[in-house]
Design a protein around this ligand. Structure first.
Ligand SMILES: [Zn+2]
Length: 169
């Protein structure tokens, strides 16, 4: 079972690892990007403290997101399996002071909302342009069968004068 959020007591060497499902339909920023918002994301998360006394969370988010292919506008499944390790900070400014190899996560009041965190990881895992894999996409049949020559008003004249302009010299 997942708690709603982690509290300061959930960090440390003996802190529990939580695992459970979160409904995709409740992720307000993610939903508009999905073709279907049913189903859930599986979150595994544990709070830890690093050697410098900084609190961080580590774990993974897995989900199958149904995206809309921008080429054919069809829906297709996009599997996400994101592992994360995020150091908690109380503000964006504090995040910028972290060493470069640490990824910050802003948690107001030291509380980590699991829904927010999972949603953020899923958003990061989305492709820049949602698209079927090469060969799995079938574009809509609009004009696909009509060649450029058939659309040209001169296509028929070409039959009269011939295609090769050199012949007219
Ligand atoms: Zn497609």
């Amino acid at each position: 079972m997942l708690p709603q959020g982690l509290t300061p007591d959930d960090f440390g060497p003996d802190a529990p690892t939580y695992a459970g499902e979160l409904a995709l339909g409740q992720m307000a920023r993610l939903v508009p990007l999905l073709a279907e918002a049913h189903g859930g994301a599986h979150l595994v998360i544990a709070g830890r403290v690093d050697e410098c006394g900084r609190r961080f969370v580590e774990g993974s988010v897995t989900a199958e997101l149904i995206l809309i292919c921008q080429r054919c506008l069809g829906a297709y499944p996009h599997a996400v399996e994101e592992e994360f390790r995020l150091t908690l900070v109380s503000s964006e400014a504090e995040g910028e002071e972290l060493p470069d190899d640490l990824e910050p996560f802003v948690s107001a009041g030291g509380r980590v909302q699991l829904m927010d965190l999972a949603e953020e990881e899923l958003l990061l895992a989305l492709p820049v342009v949602a698209r079927h894999r090469e060969g799995e996409c079938s574009p809509p049949p609009n004009r696909a069968g009509i060649s450029r020559e058939e659309l040209s008003p001169f296509a028929q004249l070409r039959g009269v004068f011939g295609d090769d302009s050199c012949e007219r010299k």
